[in-house]
Ligand binder design. Structure first.
Ligand code: PEP
Ligand code: MG
Length: 316
């Protein structure tokens, strides 16, 4: 039955009553594109561009090399959306030419957008390469910054995009609780939000995502994390803008329904999860997802939240 359900699962992501939730793929480079297309991804919700930089931690890749790699991805989704994240270096992904060597707490140091604002030449090259790669293609290019903390960060990123002449939507990842709490202020500067629930959980619970001993606190069902998701989605709705999820949370079919009920407008995940999420979402109405979301938020633990959502959706 599971196989039949998956085989029947194709087409755009939507609830049973037709509320559309685009299902997008997380990719790390052109090599991941075939699996995304095969899974019926409606586009790319998170293109992690770090892969281009990791071959050589001493120098940034040339503009030409970047144009080539971005072009391959953009051409694969001619009519679709492709959300490219600019370089997210530092912490678990240090680069010699960007990351300070002597930080006592790298996850709290100069990483993500912070390193790019300290090295505007690296950001400029990447944005120029994206602009050239998208030239003449009908693709809906969106570009977002990792680790945006506040409105000043969002403005600095949007200014850099405009200065590079990029014709794209500019967005901010919500990975730091301050960005959820002040989402409306960030949305004065950018056109969309994308929740990076992996880092958002890490920073909300002060629990390093690389430390197994604190993995309980990395559970995306934690009601505190659901509250921050709801807050971000409500802010985006109030501003008439979109708020997707591109962290691991989106790949859990039941949680995907809850995220939809919280007001998230798209879900991006590893390609392998797309058929499962599509099939599960198609079983419930938006109103059921909203009830499951409310029930989950009323829990006091990740376990309670999951059980409550499950109970609502299975009609108990
Ligand atoms: C996240 O933090 O949830 C995210 C999508 O980014 P990454 O996992 O690449 O840090
Ligand atoms: Mg992240």
């Amino acid at each position: 039955a599971r196989k039949a359900a998956l085989a029947a699962s194709s087409g755009p992501g939507a609830t049973s009553d037709g509320h559309k939730v685009p299902l997008l793929a997380n990719i790390g480079g052109p090599a991941d594109v075939p699996a995304a297309v095969e899974a019926g991804a409606e586009g790319v919700g998170l293109f992690r561009t770090e892969f281009l930089f990791l071959d050589d931690s001493k120098n940034a890749p040339s503009e030409e090399k970047q144009v080539e790699a971005y072009r391959q991805v953009l051409e694969a989704f001619p009519e679709g959306r492709v959300v490219v994240r600019v370089l997210d270096a530092g912490a678990d992904k240090p680069l010699d030419f960007l990351t300070p060597a002597d930080e006592p707490n790298p996850a709290l140091g100069v990483r993500g957008l912070r390193s790019l604002l300290d090295h505007p030449d690296v950001l400029r090259t990447q944005l120029t390469a994206l602009s050239k790669a998208a030239e003449g293609l009908p693709v809906h290019l969106e570009v977002m910054a990792p680790m945006v903390a506040d409105r000043a960060d969002a403005k600095a990123f949007a200014d850099a995009c405009r200065a590079a002449g990029l014709h794209a939507k500019f967005g901010a990842m919500v990975e730091i609780p301050s960005a959820s709490l002040r989402a409306r202020s960030i949305l004065r500067e950018v056109e969309f939000l994308s929740l990076g629930t992996n880092d958002l959980a890490q920073y909300t619970f002060a629990a390093d995502r690389q430390v197994g001993a604190v993995s309980r606190l990395q559970d995306p069902w934690q009601p505190a994390l659901l509250d921050l998701v709801a807050m971000s989605a409500e802010a985006a709705r109030a501003e008439g803008k979109s708020c997707g999820v591109c962290g691991e949370a989106a790949s859990d079919p039941l949680l995907a329904c809850v995220l939809t009920g919280l007001g998230v407008t798209s879900l991006s995940m590893g390609a392998a999860s797309i058929p499962y999420v599509r099939a599960t979402l198609a079983k419930y109405t938006l109103a059921q997802c909203e009830r499951a979301a409310a029930a989950a938020r009323a829990g006091d633990s990740a376990e309670e939240a999951r059980a409550a959502a499950q109970a609502v959706l299975s009609g108990e």
